[in-house]
Structure formats: C-alpha cells, structure tokens
Design a binder for this molecule. Structure first.
Ligand code: F6R
Length: 227
C-alpha cells in the first residue's frame, strides 16, 4: 500500500489529480473505473481544469461506470451515470465509456476493453466499495442488490429532499480487484476508523475495502481521515 496523507482536502484533490494525470500520460488509452460520491469531485474538477488549459489530453481514455441505482431514468437528478458524465466524462473530453446496465453486458464490455487499468474509488462509511456492501467477499460479482440502511443514510447527503433509491447495481469486487491499479480517496474525520480498518485491519468481507491490499493500491487521504 502506498499511503499519501495530505494536509487538507484541497491538497488531497491536487495529489489525486497528479496521480491520475500521470497514469493517463503514461498510457493515453487508460481504462478507468470511475467513482462518483463527494470525495473525488474536487480532483475531477482539477483534472478538467488541466484539460481546459491544454495540460492534459484525455481523449483516448475509456471511463467505466462503477455503480448505479435501480429504477432511475437518465434525466433523474439521482442518476449516477448522469453524475459521472457531468463531473468526469464531459469536462475531461472523454469519448469512450462503458455503462453499467446489467452484469452480462458489463462483463462482456470489460472483456472487450481488455480489463481495467485504474479504479478510482471512494470509501463507504461502512467500508463499501461501489455498492459492494458488507459482507462482500473478494469474488463478489457484478450484481444487483439492496442498499444497506447505513448507505441509504450516507447517500441521502447527495440528494437533498429526494429519497435515495433502495436498489443498486455495482461492479463486483472481482472487477475492482482485477484492476491493474486502485486509487482510494478518503477525506474527513468520520472516515478515520473505517480507513484504518481497511488499511490495517484483517482482510474481511465485513470491510470490503480491506481486500484492496491485494491490489497495487494507493490511498490518498487528508490528515483528519488518518490521524
Ligand atoms: C460512488 C460510490 C460510493 C462512494 C462512497 C464514498 O460511486 O461508489 O461507494 O465512493 O460511498 O462516498 P463519498 O465520497 O461521498 O464519501
């Protein structure tokens, strides 16, 4: 595990953007699994700034969807696809995407892509990755599931008055753990205990993120999430 602790969320975003941009420079046709959620947004905005400034070219990157609620249409404000397109695909000028619609379609698309080079992930307050809710073993496949009560609460922060959908589809643990590299972005004191469990605790399905240590993992966190 490479642990990169930054003084604050602004520098977390810069460090994350540096890490992602370096990988795109090294392999311009990088395939990236893309988390939504709040933590990576400032990093995505910084990448968009670099693209707009002509410092970075993402035109050959493929962006792959990590997760989605069930039963939300494309124009629903809660669509995670919509969030990914607005925050990552469009501002970075990315032409190729893989959408997560059903497990069979997704697995075929990933196979055609030749797998994932990089997975950008946030850490659920309960240790989830995507919607791989605890308990999720390392071979948990891409699947639909019921969102846990804990994650319904953490997701409510995104949607104001709107209810959080109760069903989801997620890229499996098997997909995430097969990525050549994983990048876990973690900010905030409320993530401290679960971050330590993920990085230092036993590998357990109760903390799905603990299995990331089986991959080439970089954790970028702010100080309060690690202290
Ligand atoms: C989002 C996702 C979730 C979040 C996690 C952390 O696509 O898959 O697993 O990454 O819940 O969310 P934030 O960053 O909002 O704390």
């Amino acid at each position: 595990v490479t642990l990169n602790i930054q003084p604050d969320t602004g520098q977390l975003a810069q460090a994350a953007a540096d890490h992602i941009a370096a990988q795109i420079r090294a392999k311009p046709d990088l395939s990236i699994l893309v988390a939504t959620g709040n933590t990576p947004m400032p990093a995505y905005a910084e990448l968009a700034r670099r693209v707009a400034a002509g410092e970075l070219d993402c035109s050959r990157v493929t962006a792959v969807q990590l997760d989605e609620y069930l039963g939300v249409s494309d124009d629903d404000p809660r669509s995670l696809w919509g969030w990914m397109v607005r925050s990552f695909v469009e501002p970075l000028g990315i032409a190729r995407t893989v959408r997560l619609e059903n497990p069979a379609q997704f697995e075929a698309a990933l196979q055609q892509l030749g797998g994932l080079d990089l997975a950008i992930l946030g850490l659920g307050p309960n240790g989830h990755l995507g919607f791989n809710e605890p308990p999720s073993p390392p071979d948990a496949p891409t699947r639909t599931l019921e969102i846990t009560p804990e994650s319904l609460v953490s997701n409510a922060a995104y949607w104001g008055e709107l209810a959080v959908p109760t069903g989801a589809i997620t890229a499996g643990m098997d997909v995430i753990l097969a990525a050549c590299q994983t990048l876990l972005l973690v900010g905030g004191a409320h993530k401290r205990d679960i971050l330590h469990a993920a990085v230092e605790g036993p590998e357990t399905p109760e903390v799905p993120a603990s299995f990331l240590r089986r991959t080439t993992l970089t954790v970028i966190a702010d100080r309060v999430a690690w202290a």
